[in-house]
Design a protein around this ligand. Sequence first.
Ligand code: HMG
Ligand code: MG
Length: 299
Amino acid sequence: GLPERVTIYEVGPRDGLQNEKAVVPVAAKAEFVARLVRAGLRTVETTSFVHPKWVPQLADAEELLAVLPREPGVRYPVLVPNERGLDRALAHGVTEIAVFGAATETFARRNLNRTVDESLAMFAPVVARARAEGLWVRAYVSMACGDPWEGDVPIEQVVSVATRMMDLGCSQLCLGDTIGVGTPGQVTALIEALGAAGVAPSDLGVHFHDTYGQALANTLAALRAGVTTVDASTGGIGGCPYAESATGNLPTEDLVWMLDGLGVETGADLSELVATSTWMASVLGRPSPSRVVQALAKE
Ligand code: HMG
Ligand code: MG
């Protein structure tokens, strides 16, 4: 069966804009987030409190939060890798954070300058302090369906990092197919293995990049396996500067088109999303890769 309702976890302002060559002005970022909220999205990952030299595109996190109007009932999570990032986030009134680990040693090293063990040791005090302050904490596990340097990633390896991150006290585990190589059978097997290890589908989010055009099929497989939180980026922007083979996320419009057709509630207004990504495409100077945006923008 399928859930009656799906929570869309929008990542366009963070995953999308972290990967743009040009730095988008703060005012445009704030407008992007505000328009996504007006389109009915209730969780919008807004920015990252990472090292500004590692991701210059999001070095304006403080400025953005200072000007961003925040609506009641909307969650605005931010990425936080370490205690320095948590200090910055707390100073700006953040109430939801995401730490981000990797299923592979190569990506942990490239993305966090740490081994997998060292990155878990870096997250432990962040999660403990955040939970003590009453924050909601998501834990990403990247390269959950394959790694550009290591190839196939054994399910047990993903499950091991995932359970270790949940044991730190995280509220939600998000499976990241960073480079978009996963296929639906793999997704189902991964969700079943996590369930057997004590991480229920209701505690999961899925984060599919669409490099191989599998994101929507993978999402449907995850929904059938009991997942109800799905990541997507309006216009399908996204990628990871530390994994060049990563392309954009599942476009939010493609997700909403499918879920509207299935009669699954999301609260999102498709035409508002298309108007938003069409506007964002003009800011970025290139068209959205989303097929749904291309089809609807012509109407
Ligand atoms: P490091 O170089 O090992 O840092 O980087 P360090 O701990 O050695 O600290 C060095 C200096 O940086 C210190 O300053 C710190 O204070 C400062 P000093 O004492 O020398 O003057 N520093 C900071 N400054 C501001 N904010 C901070 C911060 N941290 C340290 N937060 C680090 C380690 C984790 C910081 C670095 O590797 C980093 O920032 N990485 C982030 C990479 C990133 O953002 N990648 C993209 C997001 S992940 C993704 O896209 C995947 C996802 O979408 C899921 C999927 O698709 O799979 C989530
Ligand atoms: Mg991503």
